[in-house]
Write a protein that binds this ligand. Structure first.
Ligand SMILES: CC/C=C\C/C=C\C/C=C\C/C=C\CC/C=C/C(=O)SCCNC(=O)CCNC(=O)[C@H](O)C(C)(C)COP(=O)(O)OP(=O)(O)OC[C@H]1O[C@@H](n2cnc3c(N)ncnc32)[C@H](O)[C@@H]1OP(=O)(O)O
Ligand SMILES: Cc1cc2nc3c(=O)[nH]c(=O)nc-3n(C[C@H](O)[C@H](O)[C@H](O)COP(=O)(O)OP(=O)(O)OC[C@H]3O[C@@H](n4cnc5c(N)ncnc54)[C@H](O)[C@@H]3O)c2cc1C
Length: 662
């Protein structure tokens, strides 16, 4: 981090009044002092590579140049990773330094994030031995090609066909229609030479559902598409410009039998199909990534909050009191209301991610022992937390952007790009509503089990408690609020279930009744997610090893999250819990007191995310607060400022002005 010598005086004052040790917060957030040290050390190594610095901001490059620059930097970054591993005999620590280098999304994201994990998770030991060393060392580059032009959410409806030919022991891949073309996979456009293709398996004219296959699609020397492969890039998007999303179609393209990833289901040489223990295990990579996305949400909320809080400490506008100088905009309570929830939410998502990661690891261990009991709970929880955290994080980033006024609209603030990238997660890896409806299926089953007095899985056991406790009075404590959110979830689950029953009594079949109740079902899933986020984050704060000074501030943040959502969803609480109008008024006052209590520590709290200037990549958010100088410096980099008179003056403006004289 930069020294404070050239720091904006407002930021110096803010840091002086912080009541806790920022380094303690950093170490707690990232796990330990050792983890912080190792992460910083790795970040230093990356940032020391001169070739990774951009000569001009990426926004001035063309679509093609931007991609080429992205690939260039991704390959250098990959060397730094490789060298680190060779030197330390382990992978680099978790870090976000790719953001400082690629800025948008790496063309290798899908290689590292889904291609390699799918081989590891869906391949037999022999298949792993064949492909993993090549993929991990980047001798081959891959992606995860599942979504098609016509189908993304409903993957049983995918149209790519893999027909087994027992004579040659090969699968023949075909995309018979336009809608069957793969569409979206990152890196597919012009980067990868391999992919995991998810296709419908046919043997002797019989369909056996969707399965993952490895296909080499480009020549390793020339990079030309192999015969029978039609591949290209899908064009500019809201974000993800350097992710190189692409399309792909096969025409009688043959791959050997061993290229079907066969850890779960198998196709024997003679064409016999052997079912796996659970066909949904084929969806495993998606579950893993959904868990990871909750962690990403923490990062994006932290990034936007750091930029907006530091900017708000530096920016002065108008007066709170006419007799005093112009106020720091951070002193307006409305500004605190916009920003502190982003700081608090980053901590909540981080704790939820760590909790989910544990659940994921446990279930993977159980699956390796053929025990599947907890898979439905993992799937349901990953779906709803991914859906709710990504949408909330997108809204928080946008609120931080708006809180920076006009300057938040500048690309150089890095908030527009951050919004584009954050909000993409609402759609990718499972569209929000679709995932919430998956969780709703689980909730309906849990509810039916609760009615029968059965034992429920831990994440839904509150449904049973709520059944018993519904008459207890409301308590205006954090624990009471957590219970309140559980009551809301309980009430919404019950109402959705009863709505389905009502339609069925009217003669509708279950599917139609489900559709008619689906707005309520989605809301029940959202309420369930909120109950989990509140419970998990409050428990994490209560059991943390922080010093009293830090603990006080972390508790304030967690309480802010609880009271913010109580006030946002007060209608639900009035409907489904025993909260009263008076309780809500007390909580409204409490919320405002929390904003005031957190205010002196606001800059310290965002410093505690330990995001370097290079990662923030923002004129508004740098550690030294030189906001106006950086805005001007960045503006001067515009190609339009590299010449005094632009040629368009002579070509268009002058002729127009002269014509106007005639
Ligand atoms: C630790 C983490 C580390 C790293 C990751 C970190 C960061 C991320 C890195 C990289 C990635 C970044 C960007 C990625 C870019 C984007 C990639 C993509 O988008 S890839 C494509 C993703 N596509 C989807 O997500 C599709 C969504 N659709 C589906 O998943 C399914 O179609 C759906 C589940 C909606 C429905 O499936 P279907 O077969 O129709 O099932 P049905 O509804 O009939 O349900 C049947 C039955 O099965 C249960 N079930 C469904 N899915 C699962 C599952 N995954 N696991 C377990 N069980 C499952 C379902 O609950 C139901 O059960 P019941 O019958 O109710 O008992
Ligand atoms: C930036 C980005 C990167 C991506 N990267 C990849 C990649 O690398 N590999 C890959 O394979 N895919 C990738 N995808 C595709 C992504 O996984 C899909 O877009 C996503 O799963 C949503 O599917 P869809 O586009 O078909 O949406 P749709 O399902 O068509 O959604 C449209 C609307 O229909 C509604 N809807 C659909 N089904 C239902 C239902 N059953 N009930 C109620 N409402 C419903 C949805 O709620 C939504 O409102 C990427 C997408 C994006 C945006």
């Amino acid at each position: 981090m930069s020294t404070e010598t050239k720091c904006n005086p407002d930021l110096v004052r803010e840091r002086a009044k912080c009541t806790f040790d920022v380094n303690e917060l950093i170490n707690l957030f990232y796990g330990s002092e050792k983890a912080t040290k190792e992460r910083r050390h790795f970040e230093d190594a990356v940032l020391a590579v001169k070739e990774l610095k951009d000569a001009i901001p990426e926004e001035y490059l063309s679509h093609k140049e931007r991609y080429e620059n992205g690939v260039r930097k991704a390959t250098i970054l990959r060397d730094v990773y490789r060298d680190y591993k060779a030197k330390h005999n382990r992978d680099p620590p978790p870090n976000q330094i790719t953001k400082a280098v690629i800025k948008d999304i790496s063309p290798f994201l899908l290689h590292n994030g889904m291609f390699v994990p799918t081989i590891a998770g869906q391949g037999t030991p022999e298949q792993q031995a064949e492909w993993l060393p090549k993929a991990e060392s980047m001798q081959i580059i891959g992606t995860y090609a599942q979504t098609e032009l016509g189908h993304g959410s409903f993957i049983r409806g995918l149209e790519t066909i893999a027909t087994y030919d027992p004579k040659t022991e090969e699968f023949v891949l075909n995309n018979p229609t336009l809608t069957s073309f793969k569409w979206w996979p990152g890196g597919l456009g012009s980067t990868v030479n391999h992919c995991v293709v998810v296709a419908q398996l046919y043997i002797n004219g019989k369909s056996h559902g969707i399965h993952p296959f490895i296909a080499q699609i480009r020549d390793l020397d020339t990079h030309k598409p192999l015969p029978g492969v039609k591949v290209g890039e899908i064009g500019p998007k809201m974000g993800f410009q350097t992710a190189n999303n692409g399309f792909l179609g096969f025409d009688n393209f043959r791959i050997p039998r061993k290229n079907m990833l066969m850890k779960n289901a198998q196709v024997l040489k003679d064409g016999t199909f052997v079912k796996g223990i659970n066909e949904k295990l084929t969806y495993g990579t998606m579950v893993m990534v959904r868990v990871g996305i909750v962690g990403d949400c923490s990062f994006y909320a932290a990034l936007a909050a750091t930029i907006a809080v530091r900017y708000s400490a530096v920016r002065h506008q108008s007066h709170i009191k006419a007799s005093e100088p112009e106020a720091q905009i951070l002193d307006y309570l409305t500004q605190q209301h916009k920003l502190f929830i982003a700081v608090a939410s980053s901590h909540v998502y981080r704790n939820a991610y760590l909790w989910m990661e544990k659940m994921y690891t446990n279930v993977m261990k159980e699956l390796s022992q053929d025990k599947q009991d907890n898979l439905p709970e993992l799937h349901a929880t990953a779906c709803c937390l991914k859906a709710v955290c990504s949408r909330d994080a997108g809204s928080l980033v946008e609120e931080c952007r708006l809180a920076c006024g006009g300057h938040g609209y500048m690309a150089s603030s890095n908030l527009p790009l951050t919004y584009g990238v954050t909000i993409a997660a609402v759609t990718y890896e499972g569209e929000r509503t679709v995932l919430l409806l998956q969780t709703a299926r689980y909730l309906m089953k849990a509810w039916m089990a609760a009615l029968k007095g059965k034992v429920l899985s831990p994440s839904v056991s509150y449904l049973l408690n709520s059944l018993k406790e519904s008459k207890k009075p409301w308590q205006n404590t954090p624990e009471g609020i957590v219970k309140g959110f559980q009551h809301v979830s309980f009430g919404k689950v019950k109402a959705a279930y009863e709505t389905i029953q009502k339609y069925m009594k009217q003669g509708k079949d279950y599917e139609d009744a489900w559709n008619l109740a689906s707005v309520q079902l989605v809301k029940a899933s959202e309420a369930h997610s909120r109950a989990i986020l509140c419970e998990v984050s409050w428990e994490a704060v209560c059991s943390s090893s922080a010093s009293p000074n830090l603990s006080r501030v972390l508790q304030q943040l967690a309480q802010l999250y609880l009271t913010y959502w109580t006030l946002e969803t007060s209608g639900d609480l009035l409907l489904y819990s025993n909260i009263t109008k008076d309780d809500l008024i007390i909580l409204r006052d409490k919320y405002e007191e929390l904003l005031v209590a957190i205010r002196p520590n606001a800059v310290g709290l965002v410093d505690g995310f330990d995001l370097r200037d290079e990662i923030l990549n923002s004129t508004l958010g740098s550690y030294d607060g030189r906001v106006y100088e950086r805005l001007m410096e960045e503006a001067l980099k515009s190609p339009l400022n590299q010449e005094t008179v632009n040629s368009s003056f002579h070509k268009y403006l002058k002729p127009m002005m002269e014509k106007a004289k005639l």
